[in-house]
Design a protein around this ligand. Structure first.
Ligand SMILES: C[S@@+](CC[C@H](N)C(=O)[O-])C[C@H]1O[C@@H](n2cnc3c(N)ncnc32)[C@H](O)[C@@H]1O
Length: 195
């Protein structure tokens, strides 16, 4: 994994910088490594299906795909974004070293998902407009397996008040067992779907 990352490093770094420059605000490298570690750990045991809300330019998506490159069981990430142009750039960015085989991008609103099969996903990762986190949660819940995880970025910074309904739901509802973790200063929530 370490050697593989150093081979892709200049590309990954370029995707990060371009996302920053264009105001798409990628996740941090610490958080990226956390996602790879988690999905990489799970996919050594069985297939992992990830749903990502907020592809941006594909920075976070790449880190899921990198972990799936090393796994025994076929795993993939479906990444959705409301912005067609962002998805176009993300698709170009993921087209390195065949990482694209682990990824599907869909242009749609995270509040209205186009899936038929439910429950289907093992992990939902949320990193889109903050004021709609509780709406993404309610929509994604339909497609998340019991025992699956919802991971959400930016629960501490920059505007935690926008997530107050989301935080109330994951911390107070008996449906979720959650912790808030400072993987980076922006903060992350991890919620296990218990029922
Ligand atoms: C912070 S960026 C995502 C960055 C990405 N996760 C990364 O690490 O590179 C947020 C993205 O969410 C998308 N977005 C905003 N509102 C959305 C919605 N309602 N449904 C889906 N995507 C949305 C934006 O177009 C933007 O690309």
């Amino acid at each position: 994994m370490r050697e593989y990352l150093s081979k892709l490093w200049s590309h990954i770094f370029d995707v990060y910088l371009t996302s920053m420059r264009c105001g798409v605000y990628p996740i941090s490298f610490s958080f990226a490594r956390f996602l790879t570690l988690l999905s990489g750990c799970l996919c050594t045991r069985s297939s992992v299906r990830v749903l990502e809300i907020g592809s941006g330019f594909g920075f976070s998506t790449s880190w899921f795909a990198i972990s799936f490159r090393f796994c025994k069981f076929p795993s993939f990430v479906i990444s959705i974004d409301i912005n067609f142009n962002n998805v176009k750039v993300a698709l170009k960015n993921i087209n390195v070293d065949n990482l694209v085989v682990f990824v599907d991008f869909i242009v749609c609103d995270g509040r209205l998902l186009p899936f038929r099969v439910c429950p289907y996903f093992d992990i939902v990762f949320i990193d889109a407009d903050k004021e709609y986190y509780v709406d993404y949660l309610n929509e994604c819940d339909k497609y998340l397996k019991i025992g699956g995880l919802v991971i959400a970025h930016n629960v501490f910074l920059p505007e935690p008040h926008k997530l107050s309904n989301f935080l109330k739901e994951i911390l107070e509802s008996s449906k979720w067992f959650s912790i808030l973790v400072p993987v980076d200063p922006a903060g992350t929530s991890i919620s296990l779907k218990v029922m």
